[in-house]
Write a protein that binds this ligand. Structure first.
Ligand SMILES: [Zn+2]
Length: 92
């Protein structure tokens, strides 16, 4: 998977989280993602519901590289990594 905005790729899902990738964000109630740290920084902001969303002035201007289809499994992966880290810190 790669950034849906600029198309940059990262090798590992875990690496993406560490480097500040945004797993998903909204544009007009439609979910997109993931977005790389650079795009997140410039184009995204936290909305009033606590979700990442595209900044007002960029709406309808992004030509997405990929359509975000598998939201459930993506969230599952992030949760799984969080659990693994918790387990590791307990064991260490
Ligand atoms: Zn990007």
């Amino acid at each position: 998977m790669k950034c849906v905005i600029c198309g940059i790729e990262a090798d590992f899902i875990e690496e993406r989280i560490d480097l500040g990738w945004t797993p998903y964000f909204y544009e007009a109630q439609i979910e997109h993602g993931p977005a790389c740290p650079e795009c997140s920084e410039v184009l995204l902001e936290m909305d009033s519901f606590g979700e990442m969303g595209l900044k007002e002035r960029y709406r309808r201007k992004i030509n997405y590289k990929e359509t975000f289809v598998d939201k459930a499994s993506m969230k599952g992966i992030f949760i799984q990594i969080a659990i693994q880290r918790t387990m590791q810190s307990i064991l260490n």
